[in-house]
Write a protein that binds this ligand. Sequence first.
Ligand SMILES: [Mg+2]
Length: 265
Amino acid sequence: MKTNYIFAAVVVFSTIVTSCNFKSDHKPSASNDYLLAATLFQQTAAEKRALSYQAYNIAKQKLDNELKKSRLTKKLAVVVDIDETVLDNSPFEAKSILENTDYPTYWNEWCEKASAKPIAGSLEFLNYAKSQGVEVFYITNRKDHLMNCTLENLQKYNFPFADTTHLLMRTKDSNKEPRREKVESNHEIVLLIGDNLGDFLHDFDGRSSNYRYNLTDSLQYEFGNRFIMLPNPMYGTWMNVLVENNPDLSKEEKIKLLKEFLISF
Ligand SMILES: [Mg+2]
């Protein structure tokens, strides 16, 4: 009889241990750990900082070339995206990894802190543009209700033209083309700077990875000329299009699907 009690206790204990192990084994597969390398690259890699400087150094050279050309009537403008182009939101990404949360959780809270730091080289370049009589327009897909805290963040670091005239927030959709056209009605846009190809052309938005590759190849000579690209491995249309037809996927399913795009040997 006593042996039976001991056996039963062992079975119950084993079940509890197995159950606990299952939970701890299960959690990592559903976590945001797959964003770890990308976020650490943004936050710690000097290579990332060098790429940002490189982008803005090229932007300055291109702007200087444009300034030498004679112009007719329109004022010159530079159009920049905000997130991961002039402001660094990697702390939001870090929070999402540590708390295992997903956008939009914590996004408003992060933006309202108005404490995103400038991307390396951006502040110097945009103030240089201003010093040369070139206006800066910020076209962002941050939603309209985040305008005040976004302005506060830009003003905190002395970004030029950080005012309601030069900050064009997302309104009904993420297409930036109508906002670019609005700027073009009074200005000649000499440079577009962004971390997402939709910051340059709407045709990139929501397209398949293959389509975006081919369109990029057809525009090869625009990059480092009129289009200046910043790196962002953390998020973007490039990743959204890989899972776009499956918006209701669980995190495990999403990671499984993403792995299907890996090119191995
Ligand atoms: Mg961006």
